[in-house]
Design a protein around this ligand. Structure first.
Ligand SMILES: Cc1cc2nc3c(=O)[nH]c(=O)nc-3n(C[C@H](O)[C@H](O)[C@H](O)COP(=O)(O)OP(=O)(O)OC[C@H]3O[C@@H](n4cnc5c(N)ncnc54)[C@H](O)[C@@H]3O)c2cc1C
Length: 394
């Protein structure tokens, strides 16, 4: 397959990232496409892949050096995830370990960082679960019903989370719960973030039930009944959790944007190679403009979105406000990957449906990013209200 790398991509920034990209690409090459087909078919967690990434240090690349990580920024983490997707793999099995760092590094106490980060950096602990969504609170996070009540030196948590991905494969979870009733005037106040030690909580108030989905995503429902959490597991200040989660969410949107760029580039490489090789009516199908133009359009959409992903990651790394850019990056990249996926399927004709071409799997996987971690409509609502100052619509 042709490895598609646009010439102008090697800016100074990308030059610094070239070593990271090459190393991640080499690691991914040791996991052939059959590995991903098999894990997808069986809905099996890709433990071997996650272990290899952990051992190579990539999943802890955002953890500062004093805690045993590589101390890299979000720009570098985005390059890691983009490269994973570009290789045809599925980084969704482990990407949360990076985006949860948006909350942990900025808002956990020194004691919490010392307690958890070295273990995460060594691969002894996994922080892969992010418990925000609830059955009655998806898009509207402020209406979550899971509560945490202070009782002496503990918090007692009750409620339910849904779509908590990787919960069965994680030692720790960042959990958002209400610690004060919802006040209509200040809807996002009164929520707090906790670090939950899931292994000790299992069977003591925490129950996990897997949800089978159209993709291999290890997602679950989490039931919480009188779960006791030590008081020191509260992150930052009580009641300010939404703000802390937003830092995690901006990181998440940027990283998912990068994954979508990786997917889009994988689809583009695959389609370009096939369009050049496949002969119909005695000539390569890629000689027809009807086949070329959708490839060219998908390429342009991908490159434009990649610029927004890079811009938002830079702002994030500089600790500058990046909400609009993170949202735009995620949306533009998710649309570009979907456009590229659709184009790739069309370019392959019937063969695109065959499992062994991997297109149908990537097509399913990349579709998620128009729904999660935030749906396209809600990004549009955010841009309309917060950037264009149109009236709030929800
Ligand atoms: C595979 C998978 C993995 C996930 N992993 C996690 C995870 O690890 N942790 C976690 O916390 N969550 C996770 N999620 C949840 C995900 O973030 C939510 O599904 C997403 O935020 C949308 O919420 P919802 O599904 O409740 O949709 P709803 O909020 O019910 O919305 C349904 C539809 O209505 C539209 N809509 C709603 N309100 C408006 C409005 N005012 N204007 C216009 N349109 C509107 C939405 O855009 C959407 O298309 C995951 C979801 C999936 C499918």
């Amino acid at each position: 397959m042709i490895t598609f790398r646009p010439r102008y991509e090697m800016s100074a920034r990308d030059h610094d990232l070239a070593g990271i990209r090459d190393a991640v690409a080499k690691l991914c090459a040791s996991f052939p496409m059959e590995y991903w087909r098999e894990t997808d078919r069986e809905r099996r967690y890709p433990t071997e892949f996650v272990r290899a990434l952990t051992q190579a240090g990539w999943l802890s690349c955002l953890i500062p050096e004093q805690y045993g990580g590589a101390g890299l920024g979000l720009t570098a983490a985005a390059a890691v995830l983009e490269e994973i997707q570009r290789s045809g793999a599925n980084g969704a099995a482990c990407h949360a370990q990076m985006y949860t760092m948006g909350t942990v590094l900025r808002h956990c106490s020194e004691a919490q960082k010392k307690r958890y980060l070295p273990g995460i950096a060594k691969g002894e602990l996994r922080l892969q679960a992010f418990g925000v969504t609830e059955p009655s609170a998806g898009t509207d996070t402020s209406s979550i019903r899971t509560t945490a009540a202070r009782k002496g030196d503990r918090w007692v948590v009750n409620g339910q989370k849904v779509w908590t991905s990787r919960a069965e494969h994680s030692d720790l979870m960042l959990l958002l719960a209400r610690t004060a009733p919802r006040d209509e005037a200040r809807r996002t106040e009164g929520m707090s973030v906790f670090i939950v030690d899931m292994k000790s909580a299992l069977g003591r108030g925490l129950t996990i039930r897997p949800i089978r989905t159209m993709i291999n995503h290890a997602t679950t429902e989490v039931f919480i009944e009188n779960l006791e959490i030590p008081a020191e597991n509260l992150v930052g200040e009580e009641g300010k959790g939404f703000r802390y989660i937003i830092d995690g969410m901006n990181a998440e949107r940027i990283l998912i944007g990068a994954e979508c760029i990786g997917d889009a580039r994988w689809f583009l490489a695959k389609a370009t190679a096939y369009a050049s090789e496949r002969k119909v009516f005695g000539r390569p199908i890629g000689q027809n403009q009807g086949v070329q133009f959708p490839i060219a359009r998908a390429h342009m959409a991908t490159e434009a979105a990649a610029l927004m992903v890079a811009r938002s990651a830079t702002l994030y790394d500089e600790h500058k406000p990046c909400g609009p850019e993170a949202n735009m990056a995620k949306q533009l990249a998710a649309e570009a990957s979907w456009q590229a996926g659709d184009m790739c399927l069309q370019t392959h004709g019937g063969f695109g449906f065959a499992e062994e071409y991997d297109i149908e799997r990537k097509f399913r996987e990349t579709r998620l990013y128009q729904i999660a971690p935030i749906s396209t409509n809600l990004v549009l609502c955010y841009i309309a209200e917060h950037v264009l100052h149109l009236p709030r619509s929800y």
